[in-house]
Design a binder for this molecule. Structure first.
Ligand SMILES: Cc1cc2nc3c(=O)[nH]c(=O)nc-3n(C[C@H](O)[C@H](O)[C@H](O)COP(=O)(O)O)c2cc1C
Length: 392
């Protein structure tokens, strides 16, 4: 069996899967599922002192394209779930018990905190340290915060403020600190660098985006009347990009891949792009905590087939295989041809072809190899797999 263990600062994780802060770590029943899920760690629902951020909007979830969930297709989870509803002093008593139980299962507990000023950041850091957390994650990416409140995404978009917050929290704890980086409105690599300079021992790249669904009939936002957090499997390519950029920037601390994981291949691809571990939230909400056992089996199977004995054997292996824009070849001639047996004559390719290379000949569609530029748009558009691509 390959060894899936990884190390973040001095904390050994039995595998690279961390359950991210959110609905899958909300409340005791969910925490129990986290502990028994075989994930290596979970991040508590974010603790805060701001009262309105502890009250949950109702309703708070919308899923676009729910039919795609069971087909490994793209869906979006749009939501406005706020922080941990339990006051921090009360929650840490529960957390202490969670930590004991989690350690029996070799699971680490990461306390997520979100202060709004010097006092609250310090108090939260001290509180979770005294009550047994294994690591602390600073929530500097939540989209549901107010402009004038320097926490979550508002603070996270200000690299110098991130630096100061990390520097402050560092003074109040000796636990490993994870900075959770916002994914939009600022360069996440710059933010990560400032967090590390302030004392972060690891960073999560990145959080979800902020979005807006409108109903055009009423001309108002749907359900809760405001904006929401927006994410889903379509975020995976964006996360991979930031992981590669982080590798290029040589951040010198472990990078945890966040956002967009839906299948085990996503986890492997994040590690190939340099992630030491990954965080998952949405996939657990829609597939259940049980998905983690399946992923771990699948990851082990893939590693065995590849002959990898440990995560470090393939961590970052794709990074130097990504070529620069100017190096992408444009001089190899390609073309497409249509299989008339498979073609359903929907004419999408004919309408889309920018080179007018596709025409109807008698009753079939055909591609003129002289006109065809080899761009591959017709292949990409064909849902029947009726267009073949070849080197001329
Ligand atoms: C419903 C919901 C609630 C969340 N709550 C929190 C939270 O309390 N604290 C936090 O740091 N992140 C929170 N997140 C963000 C997740 O931890 C995670 O970073 C994000 O969803 C991206 O990962 P995913 O694509 O696997 O969902 C939440 C996400 C969702 C969807």
């Amino acid at each position: 069996m390959p060894d899936l263990g990884v190390k973040i600062k001095d904390v050994i994780l039995k595998n690279p899967i961390i359950i991210a802060s959110g609905t899958p770590t909300y409340g005791s029943a969910m925490v129990k599922k986290c502990i028994q899920s075989e994930a290596a760690a979970f991040v508590t629902k974010t603790l805060c002192y701001t009262e309105w951020l502890r009250k949950q909007p109702r309703p708070r979830f919308h899923i676009e394209h729910p039919g795609a969930i069971d087909q490994e297709g793209y869906f979006s989870l749009y939501s406005t779930e706020r922080f941990n509803p339990i006051p921090p002093e009360e929650y840490v008593k529960k957390m202490k018990a969670y930590v004991q139980e989690a350690h029996d299962f070799d699971v680490r507990v990461i306390a997520s905190i979100a202060g709004t000023d010097v006092e609250t950041w310090s108090k939260l850091a001290e509180l979770v340290t005294e009550n047994g957390a294994d690591m602390i994650e600073l929530n500097l990416q939540c989209p549901h915060v107010e402009k004038e409140q320097p926490t979550g995404m508002v603070a996270g978009r200000n690299p110098e403020l991130c630096y100061s917050i990390l520097e402050l929290v560092r003074k109040w704890t000796s636990l490993p600190l994870i900075g959770k980086v916002v994914g939009e409105g600022v360069d996440p690599i710059l933010v990560a660098q400032r967090m590390i300079a302030g004392g972060a021992d690891a960073v999560v790249l990145t959080g979800r985006f902020q979005g807006l669904y409108l109903e055009i009939e009423t001309e108002k936002p749907i359900y809760w009347g405001g904006m929401g957090g927006y994410g889903g499997p379509w975020q995976a390519p964006i996360t991979r990009k930031w992981l590669v950029r982080a590798s290029e920037a040589n951040l010198q601390v472990p990078v945890i891949g966040g956002s967009g994981i839906d299948v085990f291949e996503d986890i492997i691809s994040y590690i190939l792009c340099g992630a030491k571990a990954v965080q998952v939230c949405t996939a657990i909400m829609v597939h259940g905590h049980k998905i983690i056992k399946r992923w771990l089996r699948q990851i082990s199977g893939w590693m065995e087939a590849k002959g990898y004995n440990s995560i470090s054997d393939f961590c970052g292996r794709s990074v130097n295989k990504i070529i620069a824009p100017s190096q992408i070849r444009g001089d190899i001639p390609y073309a497409s041809r249509i299989d008339p047996e498979a073609c359903r004559k929907c004419l999408k390719c004919l309408e889309a072809c920018p080179y007018e290379a596709i025409s109807v000949i008698e009753t079939n569609l055909a591609i003129d190899p002289e006109k065809c530029d080899g761009c591959r748009l017709c292949v990409a558009l064909c849902s029947e797999g009726a267009v073949e691509f070849y080197q001329k």
